[in-house]
Design a binder for this molecule. Structure first.
Ligand code: NDP
Length: 383
């Protein structure tokens, strides 16, 4: 039976890998909405190839180009944040939320409010909105399927037992490209982006290098799998073969293994609760040889400590942490600050103490996000 799908962030790394799987199973899917920020040519090409109903760019200055690129195709073109949310609210069987950053929050919430199934890659949205998003999921009877490889692994391992029997959850972390680099002050954006195992967008690649990615994932896991923060652990596993683990009360630990290719967790969401074929070669453990594990080094990479503290503090703190990190990563990618300043800036914005109250609605979260971005930008300019 043909199912309908919308992909928010269709021109990004997760978006394109989702389209790759859809392309391999064309008869199974009808594409409704595809969105991007401003990569018009890529978006229009995908919309034409998949016969989408509507293509939307977040950046309104790109609308004329999008209209031109779609001329004669019969595909609707739209632009702006409201149009993005309206497209995300079109009823579909599956929405893939793959916009990067808190910019994805509004459209993801619009999809959740339709009570549909959302394959969530956009971790920043869940980190910032936390309880606001999980409450909306329950209120609207929506289903969140985690795309992040670690959370997808945990989701799969949780099929092996009862949630109340879970003793702990272990998120694995590759440690990123800088795990063994001694001097972090001279790291360039090119070095930070060169992830040893995964091919991803620029922002998440920098987050992997700072370990903020694992920090954000800790908060994401805390909302998706509420076992208590103290029962969610992080272990560095440089080979990225085990994607995460769940330990049960009887001492059994279930792990999910697979190649470092996002098409595996994306496929798990596309086919859920069934399974589908992917082009991946079978895992060859004999060729891999060894799997190793280390405790995270929070002195050199304080991000996981900061994220844990923000999650413990609750309220607006995770949204503040996320916003400050987004500003810091952008500044680092533009070579305005050194790599080692990213965590320093986030810690300063968090320690500022001038945080708004706990957000209770989407607009509260967006206000916290906006205020924290302003504060982080001011601190950057003062430094
Ligand atoms: P990319 O940077 O590759 O792609 C981001 C997508 O979001 C693009 O389609 C981009 O459009 C769009 N976008 C960017 N800014 C805006 C905006 N302001 N408003 C609307 N759309 C916007 O990111 P990734 O695919 O790497 O990551 C997407 C999300 O998935 C992130 O939250 C990331 O943490 C998460 N994730 C990614 C993984 C990966 O392997 N890449 C793994 C696990 C999670 P345009 O192309 O026009 O700029």
């Amino acid at each position: 039976m043909t199912r309908t799908i919308s992909i928010l962030g269709a021109t990004g790394s997760v978006g394109e890998q989702t389209l790759d799987l859809v392309r391999r199973n064309r008869d199974d899917w009808r594409v409704v909405a595809l969105t991007a920020n401003c990569q018009v040519a890529t978006l229009a090409a995908a919309a034409r190839e998949f016969g989408a109903e509507i293509a939307v760019v977040a950046d309104e200055s790109c609308l004329a180009d999008l209209r031109e690129a779609l001329a004669g195709s019969g595909i609707e073109a739209a632009a702006g944040r409201t149009a993005l949310c309206e497209a995300a609210a079109r009823p579909v069987d599956l929405t893939v939320a793959a916009i990067v950053g808190c910019a994805g929050l509004g459209p993801t919430m619009a999809a959740i409010e339709q009570g549909g199934t959302i394959a969530l890659a956009n971790k920043e949205a869940l980190v910032s909105a936390g309880e606001v998003m999980t409450a909306a999921v329950s209120r609207h009877g929506a289903t969140l399927l985690p795309v992040d490889s670690e959370h997808n692994a945990i989701f799969q391992c949780l099929q092996g037992g009862r949630f109340e029997d879970v003793r702990s959850i272990t998120l694995t972390a590759s440690g990123g490209p800088l795990r063994l680099v001694e001097d972090l002050s001279e790291v360039t954006p090119e070095q930070a982006i060169a992830h040893p195992n995964w091919d991803m967008g620029a922002k998440i690649s920098v987050d992997s290098a700072t370990m903020f990615n694992k920090g954000l994932e800790l908060i994401e896991a805390h909302h998706l799998f509420p076992v208590g923060l103290e029962r969610i652990r992080i272990v560095v596993h440089p080979q990225s073969v085990i994607h995460s683990m769940v330990e049960y009360r009887d001492g059994s630990t279930l792990a999910q293994l697979g190649p470092s290719d996002m098409r595996v967790p994306i496929a798990s969401c596309l086919a859920w609760p069934a399974r589908m074929d992917t082009p991946m070669a079978p895992l060859d453990l004999a060729a891999i040889g060894e799997l190793s594990f280390f405790a995270p080094d929070e002195k050199r990479f304080p991000a996981t400590r900061l994220a844990r503290e923000a999650a413990e503090a609750g309220g607006a703190a995770p949204a503040v942490l996320n916003a400050a990190n987004e500003i810091a990563v952008e500044a680092f990618l533009k070579r305005k600050i050194a790599f080692s300043r990213i965590a320093v800036l986030v810690e300063r914005v968090l320690a500022d103490g001038n945080h708004p109250d706990a957000p209770r609605s989407l607009s509260d979260v967006l206000m916290v996000d906006e205020a924290s971005r302003r504060r982080a930008t001011e601190m950057l300019e003062l430094a």
